[in-house]
Write a protein that binds this ligand. Structure first.
Ligand code: MN3
Length: 229
C-alpha cells in the first residue's frame, strides 16, 4: 500500500489474534508404550530422557508461555496457523510439545500394519513407489542441517510431499516454505539418537522404518484428506 494513515497503523498494532473455536485443555500425553518397547531401534534410556525430560520441558514451557493469554485454550492448529504472530518461546515449545506427541503415536513396538490402499496409491502417484518415498524421506532427514524434523505431509491440493523443518518448526506453521498436514514425523535432533547411534544419523533413520505405526499413519492420512474436502 502506498499510504498508510496513522490511525490504520494504530489499528494494526492493537489487533488481537482471537480464537473462536472450542476451548482446548493442553495435557501432557501418556507415552503409548514402555520406555524399552521400541528396542532395539530406540533404546530405553534415550526414550526415557526424550519423553520425560525433553518432551516434558517443551510442554511445561509452552503452558507457561500461553498461560493467561488469549491463546491459553486455543487449538494447536490455530496457534501454528498464526505462529508468525506469536513469540519464539511459543513457536519453539508449542512445536516441541506437538511434534513429540505425534512422533510417539506414529511409532509402535516392532512396527504395526502397512500402508492402507488409499495411502499406498497416493504414495505411488507422487513418488512412484514406497521405496522411493522412504528414500526421499531419508534424504530429507539426513540432509536437515543441525536440529530438526523430517515429514511426510498432505498438501492443500491433497498431494503428498516430503519435507524437512529446522528446530521445532512443523508443516502446520505459517512460517515454513511448504505447508501441509503431517502424517509421518521423524525427530532428527541429536537427543533423539546420539546415545545409541552417536554420529550415525543415517542408521537411526533406517531403523525408524521398522517401528512405524502404519495404522496410525493411515488414520492421519484419511483425516487429512477428509479435512480438505
Ligand atoms: Mn526430540
Amino acid at each position: 500500500m502506498a499510504c498508510v494513515s496513522p490511525s490504520t497503523e494504530q489499528k494494526q498494532v492493537e489487533e488481537k489474534i482471537v480464537y473462536t473455536g472450542e476451548a482446548v485443555t493442553h495435557e501432557f500425553p501418556a507415552l503409548p508404550y514402555d520406555y524399552d518397547a521400541l528396542e532395539p531401534y530406540i533404546d530405553a534410556t534415550t526414550m526415557e530422557l526424550h519423553y520425560s525430560r525433553h518432551h516434558r520441558a517443551y510442554y511445561n514451557n509452552f503452558i507457561n508461555a500461553v498461560k493467561d493469554t488469549e491463546i491459553e485454550n486455543a487449538s494447536m492448529e490455530f496457534i501454528f496457523n498464526n505462529i508468525s504472530k506469536f513469540s519464539t518461546t511459543v513457536r519453539n515449545n508449542g512445536g516441541g510439545y506437538y511434534n513429540h506427541t505425534m512422533f510417539w503415536e506414529i511409532m509402535a513396538p516392532g512396527g504395526q500394519g502397512e500402508p492402507s490402499a488409499e495411502l499406498a496409491s497416493a504414495i505411488e502417484e507422487t513418488f512412484g513407489s514406497l521405496e522411493t518415498m522412504k528414500s526421499e524421506f531419508n534424504n530429507a532427514a539426513s540432509s536437515q542441517f543441525g536440529s530438526g524434523w523430517a515429514w511426510l505431509i498432505v498438501k492443500d491440493n491433497g498431494k503428498l510431499a516430503v519435507m524437512g523443518t529446522a528446530n521445532q518448526d512443523n508443516p502446520l506453521m505459517d512460517v515454513v516454505q511448504t505447508r501441509g498436514i503431517p502424517v509421518i514425523a521423524l525427530d532428527v535432533w541429536e537427543h533423539a539418537y546420539y546415545l545409541k547411534y552417536q554420529n550415525k544419523r543415517g542408521d537411526y533413520i533406517q531403523s525408524f522404518w521398522f517401528i512405524i505405526n502404519w495404522d496410525e499413519v493411515n488414520q492421519r492420512y484419511a483425516q487429512a484428506i477428509k479435512s480438505l474436502q
